[in-house]
Design a binder for this molecule. Structure first.
Ligand code: HEM
Length: 248
């Protein structure tokens, strides 16, 4: 599944990387911020694709392998300290753990982004963004340490889907047609999502589902207290200047 793995990994990296980069680098009030949400929605779709892969994927990447990997985590961690751990054909137990943590954080990020109904959810979304950044950094350090110890480029295997393995664990069939279909569906969703973005309405219609998502936090909760909109904008600006050093 070389092409498929590379394509899906790249699409995921671009979606999550794009969402994070725009979140931290682009002014929230600029029109470009909508692309944060579009990339975030693409990441959400790719999460669903990965759940499908977990069900129909090969025996090194499906949910069964995940359960098996996670059950070996304590022993594996112990082995690291005793310098006894061996390279695995699929993900190693620690990689599975990182995988589950990252996917859970991403799921919560997408849900809190889409349903940003009040200030608490907005705060949770922001904190999760930082946690994700920390997890990505820890992941990169782990890959570096693994590479130095085993002289194996695991970062490359994430993109190529290939790993060095013994004959008995090697895959005979890698389901290329199914993989290619998932890749094409994913790319088609991403392209259509960007095409469906209506700049004027600050909204996007989700491809195939027809559901419209408002891009931007739901500001209405801020006006429920009965304040005039104008007054609130003053308060909001002050609050932002205190709370968000990045908004200057
Ligand atoms: C990969 C998924 C996502 C990541 C990693 C992510 C990350 C972040 C981060 C780190 C921030 C805070 C930026 C700051 O400190 O100022 C943020 C803000 C925001 N995100 Fe996301 N996000 C994701 C998905 C989404 C989605 C799917 C939506 C909505 C459809 C969304 C809507 C928003 C909004 C409206 C804000 C601005 C909140 C404010 O004004 O403080 N995000 N996001």
């Amino acid at each position: 599944m070389g092409l498929v793995d590379t394509g899906l990994s790249l699409a995921f990296a671009i979606s999550v990387g794009g969402a994070i980069a725009i979140a931290f680098l682009v002014d929230h009030d600029s029109g470009w911020y909508a692309y944060h949400m579009l990339f975030g929605l693409c990441a959400g779709f790719l999460l669903v694709v990965h759940v499908i892969l977990g069900i129909v994927g090969t025996r090194h990447v499906n949910f069964e392998a995940m359960g098996h990997g996670l059950s070996k985590l304590p022993g594996y961690l112990f082995g690291i300290f005793k310098r006894q751990e061996k390279p695995c054909p699929g993900h190693n137990p620690l990689a599975w753990f990182v995988y589950v943590v990252m996917f859970s954080i991403l799921t919560l990020l997408v849900l809190s982004g889409v349903f940003m109904l009040n200030h608490s959810i907005e705060e949770i979304h922001e904190i999760l963004g930082w946690v994700l950044l920390g997890t990505v950094a820890a992941h990169l350090i782990g890959i570096l340490i693994h590479g130095l110890r085993f002289r194996e480029n695991v970062a490359l295997s994430m993109f190529s889907g290939r790993k060095r393995a013994t004959q008995e664990v090697a895959l005979r069939r890698s389901r290329p047609v199914l993989g290619l279909m998932l890749l094409l569906i994913s790319l088609s969703f991403m392209v259509q999502l960007f095409q469906n973005y209506e700049r004027g309405a600050s909204a996007v219609r989700l491809p195939w589902l027809g559901i419209s998502v408002q891009l931007g936090e739901d500001e209405s909760y801020k006006y429920e207290s009965g304040c005039e909109k104008e007054d609130y904008h003053e308060m909001d600006r002050d609050a932002h200047n205190h709370d968000h050093p990045m908004h200057h």
